[in-house]
Write a protein that binds this ligand. Structure first.
Ligand code: NAD
Length: 496
């Protein structure tokens, strides 16, 4: 199979740079190499930043309503190319077509939200802060913004960033994950087609060297990052040390509490998707089920049946396949070794997905669903983000113990509860230590118009991605204080 081209975009021109190194992009369901991504360094980053800096003045002077028209055309083009884009996500990521459509749909919703920027950018005015003096606040774009993305949502995560940044009047440089660069390239080809002027948008590829050049560049104003927590922490520290605004979303370990009064059918359905959907490669994965009291008796056998029934296979070819390959063979081995650590530390492995085989695709990076029971605080599998199709089960006596447990984890992305009691649900959502809460919902990922509000070790920075917080992140306030004198007027009131 011919390799897909993996170009960069600088100043309106796509080209494949001559880099010393490339990195393989796989179809995880077959193991085939489908592209070789150039690992760019500081020279490419310098050119991208120079093009963006030169384009900035023209773009931010473009009336917001004209920027919105481009975004509206972009939304239409995304719809026209929806199925092609979703299929691309399936091939380079391994998730199912339904999941890929969701990935893209949630991203398009951010672009649609950005079409309302004319309202969101409006400032504030207070007349007569002193007699004859008015004060007003406007929001202006910050300059050249950068987006550094993880592999697990090839469409959604980049789109959390650039539609809002552009609508606010900034130029943008995207560094897609080097593991899934193809969807990002197609997304930006469509943005160019929608009429974005040259230089406003650049695409560069690479890993640490490329990221460090972006973090250190004096003409970059802001960094949006999504990825694992240790890297998020590094990005925040390095970016802020170089004087940039940084929003850095990290990893997670999300609990789903199942109360004895839960609707067990819904809880099992919700947790099957939350734990095993996208092969567990979601920052909002419900990776730990916390059963309270007698809930374990009904929940555990049902989730074991549900997990065992999930079919592993090539998601780009077979609609019945619910789990494609995970992103790389190294990641498959890491997940397998975390499962082994749980066994070694005394857990019961109720479903073991480690030896999943797909006859026609022996080179795919497959893992079936696994269920690990009797996980205890302090175990490796309790501490680490597994990021694979693995559900931990922990048994608690009451809600108080479950809340206490959530308080002990360093991450703070999501937490959910399944219950029919409004009182317990209210108690849970009010007190649990996490930024995104689900009540009878397994994956409480907020949509475009709400912030993606991770806490603690799941987020570094002040202003989150999505919602009005992203308008604040991609703009800065300017306050005007003004008074005007009539000709010959001399009698102006002074406070002192
Ligand atoms: P990752 O941290 O390995 O990589 C993310 C990005 O950082 C990539 O673009 C990569 O090239 C770059 N990078 C990697 N190592 C680097 C280094 N040493 N220095 C500088 N840059 C580096 O993450 P991943 O494996 O691609 O994605 C999975 C992670 O992302 C999971 O931890 C998941 O929870 C997290 N995630 C979080 C959210 C959220 O909203 N909180 C959303 C999606 C994914």
């Amino acid at each position: 199979m011919a390799l897909s081209p993996c170009p960069i975009l600088i100043n309106g021109t796509w080209s494949v740079p001559e880099t010393a190194e490339t990195s393989d992009v796989h179809n995880p369901s077959t193991g085939e190499v489908i592209a070789k991504v150039p690992m760019c360094g500081a020279d490419v980053v310098d050119s991208a930043v120079a093009a963006a800096t030169a384009a900035f003045e023209g773009w931010w002077q473009t009336p917001p309503v004209m920027r919105v028209r481009i975004m509206m055309r972009y939304c239409a083009l995304l719809e026209e190319n929806f199925e092609e884009l979703a299929a691309m996500i399936v091939v380079e990521h391994g998730k199912t077509m339904t999941e890929a459509r969701g990935d893209l749909r949630r991203g398009i919703e951010v672009a649609e939200y950005a079409c309302g920027i004319t309202d969101m950018l409006k400032g504030e005015v207070l007349e007569n802060v002193a007699p004859g003096i008015d004060c007003s606040m406007v929001r202006q774009p910050i300059g050249v913004c950068v987006g550094i993305c993880p592999y697990n949502f090839p469409a959604l995560v980049p789109m959390w960033m650039y539609p809002m940044a552009l609508a606010c009047g900034n130029c943008f440089i995207l560094k897609p994950s080097e593991k899934v660069p193809l969807t990002g390239i197609k997304l930006i080809e469509l943005l160019e087609e929608a009429g974005l002027p040259p230089g406003v948008f650049s695409v560069v590829h690479g890993g640490k060297e490329c990221v460090d050049a972006l973090l250190e560049h004096p003409d970059v104003a802001a960094i949006s990052f999504v990825g694992s927590s240790p890297i998020a922490e590094y990005i925040h520290k390095t970016g802020t040390a170089h004087g940039k605004r940084v929003q850095a979303a990290g990893g997670a370990k999300n609990f789903v509490v199942v109360m004895p009064d839960a609707d067990f059918g819904k809880a099992v359905e919700g947790l099957t998707d939350a734990a095993f959907g996208c092969s567990g490669q979601r920052c909002m994965a419900g990776s730990t089920a916390v059963t309270v009291g007698e809930a374990s008796e009904r929940f555990i056998p049902a989730i074991v049946d549900s997990a065992s029934a999930l079919k592993v296979g090539p998601t780009h070819l077979s609609p019945e396949a619910k789990l494609g390959g995970v992103i790389t063979p190294q990641h498959r081995d890491r997940v397998s070794s975390l499962i082994q650590s749980a066994v070694d530390e005394g857990c019961d492995l109720l479903v073991d997905g480690r030896n999943a085989q797909v006859a026609d695709y022996p080179d795919g990076f497959y893992l079936g669903a696994s269920v690990v029971d009797k996980v205890k605080p302090g175990m490796t599998i309790f501490q680490e983000e597994v990021f694979g199709p693995v559900l931990n089960v922990m048994r608690m006596n009451d809600l108080e113990e479950a809340l206490d447990l959530a308080g002990k984890v360093s991450f703070g992305n999501g937490a959910c509860i399944y219950t029919q009691s409004g009182r317990l649900a209210r108690e849970f959502r009010h007190r649990v230590k996490a930024g995104m809460i689900g009540i009878n919902v397994g994956v409480p990922a907020p949509l475009a118009y709400f912030p993606f509000s991770g806490w603690d070790y799941s987020f570094f920075g002040d202003l989150h991605l999505q919602g009005r917080e992203s308008v604040m992140f991609f703009t800065r306030a300017k306050v005007y204080t003004e008074r005007w004198f009539a000709p010959g007027e001399g009698d102006v009131w002074h406070q002192d």
